[in-house]
Design a protein around this ligand. Structure first.
Ligand SMILES: C[S@@+](CC[C@H](N)C(=O)[O-])C[C@H]1O[C@@H](n2cnc3c(N)ncnc32)[C@H](O)[C@@H]1O
Length: 269
């Protein structure tokens, strides 16, 4: 997979040389290219921002350097990339989107600073390419570089051969399939006792069916506690009889459509 990042802080992307992503780069599984937006400016001060039309506080990133930078990136490769524009006003970055993007051969990220990029840049490339405006959460950061690090790590670990154990993301929280709307439960390793605390005996039983059941029960318990909104949107077809009784034991009520709700919680649409 090829990844291009256009930024005014190339050094902010240094962590892409470390750990899992760094190793994937070293092995040639990821071709990461970081471009300095300021090299696409033509004035003495390498200006990338200007005051907003309509007035107001803050600055807006000028369209010309972004246009030149993106044209140059597009010309340097074959085919069409997906352009990922980090912005708090974008669609949420989810595991589902990470899975989708991990199947693309080429991604271009455009982390901004200030109040964001002149809208015409998104429109210009959106007219001919797949452009996704994506938010990593309901908060505002100073720039899009940290969101790019977040997204690249989530995407890269899904690429074949990047994780040591190819199975290990199958049971992750949010993993498409049985875990789509569930959080992973607690995990344990050796020693069997630490500071007087043991581990659930079922994990020592060697009984794979019972262990899988316990893990799923714990996933429901944790999801119910930390993300009840996920329980509400659980696909009824993905729930077996035991799941249903577990949810009932956790205080959830099954509606006529098979979805679960909890008295006192307003159902989110
Ligand atoms: C200070 S923010 C701009 C916020 C913008 N004025 C707004 O309210 O939506 C500057 C840049 O940081 C990045 N950014 C900040 N928060 C983000 C988030 N939650 N998800 C993705 N990118 C974010 C984006 O690239 C954004 O253009």
């Amino acid at each position: 997979m090829r990844l291009d990042v256009v930024t005014i802080f190339p050094e902010y992307l240094e962590p892409l040389n470390v750990s899992l992503v760094g190793k994937a780069r070293a092995r040639g599984q990821l071709d990461v290219r970081v471009h300095d937006l300021r090299t696409f400016t033509h004035d003495r001060h390498n200006t990338v921002d200007d005051t907003p039309y309509g007035g107001g506080p803050g600055m807006v990133m000028k369209p010309e350097p972004w246009g030149e930078a993106l044209d140059s990136v597009l010309e340097s490769g074959e085919g069409e990339p997906v352009i990922v524009v980090p912005t708090p006003s974008g669609r949420p970055f989810t595991q589902e989107l990470a899975v989708e993007l991990s199947g693309k051969p080429w991604l271009v990220f455009t982390p901004a600073r200030y109040e964001g990029i002149d809208r015409r840049v998104i429109e210009e490339y959106g007219d001919r390419l797949d452009v996704r405006e994506v938010s990593i959460g309901d908060y505002v950061l100073a720039g899009g570089e940290a969101p790019v690090l977040v997204m690249v790590e989530a995407i890269a670990r899904l690429l074949p051969g990047v994780l040591g154990n190819a199975e290990s993301h199958r049971d992750d929280s949010f993993a498409p399939g049985a875990m789509a709307d569930l959080l992973e439960g607690p995990v344990y390793t050796k020693p069997p006792e630490w500071r007087g605390r043991g581990i659930p005996q079922v994990l020592l039983s060697g009984h794979h069916g019972k262990i899988a059941r316990w893990r799923r029960d714990e996933a429901f318990r944790r999801t119910s506690e930390n993300r009840p909104d996920l329980i509400e949107r659980c696909d009824p077809a993905a729930l077996d009889k035991h799941d249903r009784s577990m949810l009932a034991a956790l205080g959830w009520t099954e509606g006529p459509d098979g979805r679960f709700w909890r008295p006192g919680r307003a159902v989110e649409e």
